[in-house]
Design a protein around this ligand. Sequence first.
Ligand SMILES: [Zn+2]
Length: 344
Amino acid sequence: MAQEVLYRKWRPRRFADVVGQEPVSTTLRHAVAAGTPAHAYLFTGPRGTGKTSTGRILAKAVNCTSPVEGEPCGMCASCVTYDEGRSLDLIELDAASNRGIDEIRDLRESAGYSPTAGRYKVYLIDEVHMLTDAAFNALLKTLEEPPPHVIFVLATTEPYKIPATILSRCQRFDLRLISVATIARLLETIGAGEGFEVAAGGYELVARQATGSARDAVNLLDQLVAYNGTNLSLDDVRAGLGLVIDDRAADLARAAIGRDLKAGLSLLAAARDDGVEVRSFIKSVVDVLRSVLLLKAGAGDQLPLSDAQRDDLESLSVTASVGDIAAALEALGEIDFAGDAYDS
Ligand SMILES: [Zn+2]
């Protein structure tokens, strides 16, 4: 994404700033405080959950000259170079674009040299699952006999693509999707710091749309503010996020469950008249029905819903049977898109 101004500005600088990953942060902090970091870490988790941020903070913390309970002090000469993104002892490699054996050979060679300034050289390899087999083999040799001053941080969204030989050499941390409430709090903190005026419930809507990714959430907020200015009404947020059809999707889901063909068709027609692309509208209705099923099964805790929507769908989940919902899903699957002017 081209525009990540807000995200970069508010990037976490200490373990405590990484939202939603407290168990990981605490363990790493203790390792730093004890002076016993591992030589290789694997950070897994969906995009935007803090893998590279955590890796950078770890690099900063192990090289800080006066860490406080495992947190980087943020003031020593070393910390300053990390905050300014110019430390020579943090080497970042994006395996998506540097996936071959040559890059890993270069890395192995440079790992043999002592750190420039601090105690540790930290190699942060993002999207590590993209490495070729030959590159993984070369990396494995280094992981088997790591120089004492080197820490590898491997980050990936797809851990099942990492060879077992590599996995067994790493201390693994699984970063979780971040809850809507946690992301909303982060956005609120950023908004307060930036002087944004956002209507009540607005941050939660943005958080919900970001589906567990702090980075996506902050970037969405950035875009909303860039487009609307720093004063955001709920309508601004809804329109900006493309959520304006949300309530209608719930209405159509209700009509489909109640087998109310007339109401369903008129909702569809109204949406189409407003220029809503029918296929994506139906998809959002299907999402609503799936949410109702999950709520019915008592498994809806992680659903990215606002309080009002949760109440709405929960009442629907009480009245509708699983059979009703399944029939509604099936009926939606049979909708003929032919003749939809907006569907190419
Ligand atoms: Zn420091």
